[in-house]
Design a protein around this ligand. Structure first.
Ligand code: G4P
Length: 285
């Protein structure tokens, strides 16, 4: 299946990102806990060279707990501090300020040795579209933070959220782009709902998601819809259509409607918690 991309505004986003990176000490990179590789930006390591780094496995509530822990270990092995969060419900948000300081401790120590005291660490949030950047910033900003005004001459036009005396966060997130050229990654992002639906063939996408479940989470589909196991994903969708009354005139299964309903359940955790990528086997078919 061809996933099409519309990277039109991405050049501007990249320029903005490069400008903003100059202003910060720390990049807080949000990834989707269900697909931490596909939802990473391929250039983040280059863009963030010389900066402190923190990875947030966002939407951790939708991914399997066991794999969340494995991913945290995986990034730790690569020398990057990672923590899981649920920005929507605020899970893990309270401890973030401490984690930010932990991620910047070497920089703070360097400052201290140079006699630079009381200079807050500046951080920015970055990630691909739909990974939860705005939700995360709002969730964090909602926790007793004060917005600082523009600082003429230093950060003109930028708004900073003061988290505490040690940390300030840029209130506009950096939008990054996924790995456009890799169709498999496109498919994975489409399954978790990070790509606009209009550019996709929904039935094909749903069929891929059914095959993924049959392979990695056997029984999950049948438990949810009360259907029997079908190896053919389109038959499985037809069975879902029957079970959920998605029928065309004459009683024929409305596969398109069933595909939509199923994908919505898949993406929003109503089938259960799902991890599409695992550290040992980083990509799905
Ligand atoms: P962005 O700025 O990176 O583009 O993402 P944004 O915050 O707009 O979030 C995209 C979607 O992801 C939103 O859902 C948001 O509620 C959801 N989301 C963000 N963080 C989490 C999380 O930790 N867990 C879960 N389960 N969902 C999260 P939406 O469907 O666009 O809106 P709505 O459902 O909130 O109305």
């Amino acid at each position: 299946m061809q996933v099409q991309w519309y990277p039109g505004h991405m050049t501007k986003a990249k320029r903005m990102m490069q400008e903003n990176i100059k202003l910060v000490d720390l990049i807080i990179e949000l990834v989707d806990a269900r697909a931490p590789i596909s939802s990473r930006n391929p250039d983040i390591d280059t863009l963030g060279a010389g900066k402190s780094r923190l990875i947030l496995l966002n939407k951790a509530d939708l991914a399997e707990e066991h794999w969340n822990s494995r991913w945290i270990e995986h990034f730790k092995e690569k020398g990057i501090l990672a923590v899981k969060v649920n920005s929507k419900k605020g899970g893990g948000i309270k401890s973030i300020q401490g984690v930010i300081q932990e991620a910047c401790k070497e920089k703070m120590e360097r400052d201290r040795k140079r006699g630079i005291l009381n200079r807050p660490v500046r951080a920015m949030v970055a990630g691909i579209p739909n990974v939860g950047k705005s939700t995360f910033i709002n969730s964090l900003a909602g926790k007793a933070c004060t917005k600082t005004g523009n600082k003429p001459g230093v950060t003109r036009g930028k708004q900073w959220i003061r988290l505490n005396r040690q940390v300030e966060l840029l209130d506009t997130p950096g939008i990054l782009w996924p790995k456009f050229e890799d169709q498999r990654i496109g498919l994975c992002l489409a399954m978790i709902g990070s790509i606009k639906e209009e550019v996709l063939n929904l039935e094909e996408l749903a069929a891929h998601a059914v095959s993924f479940l049959n392979r990695e989470y056997p029984g999950m589909l049948e438990d949810k819809y009360g259907t029997s196991r079908c190896e053919d994903p389109y038959e499985a969708l037809a069975a879902i259509a029957q079970s959920r009354n998605c029928l065309l005139k004459g009683g024929e299964a409305d596969i398109e409607k069933a595909a939509l309903l199923f994908l919505d359940d898949f993406r929003n955790g109503r089938l259960g918690r799902l991890t599409l990528e695992r550290p040992v086997k980083e990509e799905i078919e």
